[in-house]
Design a protein around this ligand. Sequence first.
Ligand code: SF4
Length: 501
Amino acid sequence: MSLNVRNYSNKDNLLFPASIGDYLSEGHLAWAIDDVVESLDLIFLYKKVSSVGNPSYHPKMMLKILFYGYATSNFSSRRIAKGTETDIAFIFLAGMQKPDFRTISDFRKNNAEELPKLFVQIVRLCKKLGLVGLSHIAIDSTVIKASADRDRTYDRERFILEEQVIQDKIKELLDVAQKVDDEEDRIFGPSLRGDELPESVRSRKKRLEKLQEAKKDLEQRSLKEINLTDSDATFQREKGKVFRPGYRAEVVVDGKEQIIVACDVVNKLNDRQELLPSIERAVDNLPEIATQDSSMVVTADSDYSAMESLKKLEEQKPYVDAYIPDSKYQSKQDGNITDEDSPFHKKCFSYNPDKNVYICPNQKELTFRYRRISRSKAYYSLYRCRYCQDCPYFGTCTKSPKGRAIWVYDNQEQIYKMRRKLDSAEGKRIYAKRKIIIEPVFGNIKHNLRFREFLLRGLRKVKSEFTLIAIVHNIRKIAKFLKKLLFSKLPRSELTPVLTT
Ligand code: SF4
């Protein structure tokens, strides 16, 4: 019986050797990765290649498979290695070579310091392709889970308790061992040297030492808790108030095509001190930010608002036009009532510069007491009232027997200035764009790339891992751009010159 089907045979020899790339569509992501890596200057990677022993795998090839792995949610070196045997895109990028998973893992580990250099080259490539506009950048962070067991998190109390349990157990085991030794000595004579510890005691001693080291680390870093699986990770609060060991991935995103122009990972608990470093990183990667004719708009949410940062931004960065609300302003925008709505808020106290006193709503004076610096390095002066006990508003304005105190920060005016800016029609229009720029980036990283947890441990390693993620995010944008060129009938052979010229 003859079947009405196409001829099929998968065992024939090909008459001419085929290029594996021909099996991939022209707009395939693997082609874009191939083109981008070919356009990079990898001299610093070549210098690291050993001139003795077995020839190493080509750094270009290793980069291509690593980038393709991360761009397709294959983060583990085992999955990438498997891909080079079974997945046509990996096979194409690897040139049919099959590096072992340890080789891939070592390449990633040994080149952790080089990835930021590649990231910068790719950001500049995006700029050259017209994907970066530099008229509006948005700064934000997202919490990414550390590769750490939550149950292995210790605070001071747990350290003390567990140390005590282990010490009791060691004592108990040593007592038993001593009894056995005494019994053996009685039967066989004293043959043992007496300094051997039973295995059960040795392993507990090791554990005790580890605990004591971690406790020292906790104390030196003035932490409340420390995780023993990844001691660099800190307890980050997520929506729903779940605390878990993690890191904050900081990104600076350009508004034109959502290219990440700067990134970093920190193990701090908030972003308050991250505004200026984020802008500095963006300027380092794209120095034209500081030299272009018009100032660049920078938006960030209230987590980044700090009086000192806003002041420095105004003084040192005339090329930046910032729109950053403070937390109380944001809370009011969200429809909440804040302490600023109270008729006894410090805003309602007037200042008399001649006497250096504040006048309260009951027309009493608050006199200057002292000047200090806060934990966030902001200078402030404290003023206190001495007439509160007899005031009809005592209990509402203050309950303190010492009298009402107000803290006046040196750069408080920066906050009010920023509020006026955000309240303008232009300010509202600009700030509304922030979410549109930043949210798709985190959506891509966490939803499309499914990168919600670090694979590596330790701050240095997670920094390099997130740089990889930022690189592949940008390469996917380049791939989209190249695909559009292909649709506009530009032959594939002319795409590489677009990237390299
Ligand atoms: S409680 Fe003190 S500061 Fe407040 S209104 Fe009365 S006198 Fe003034």
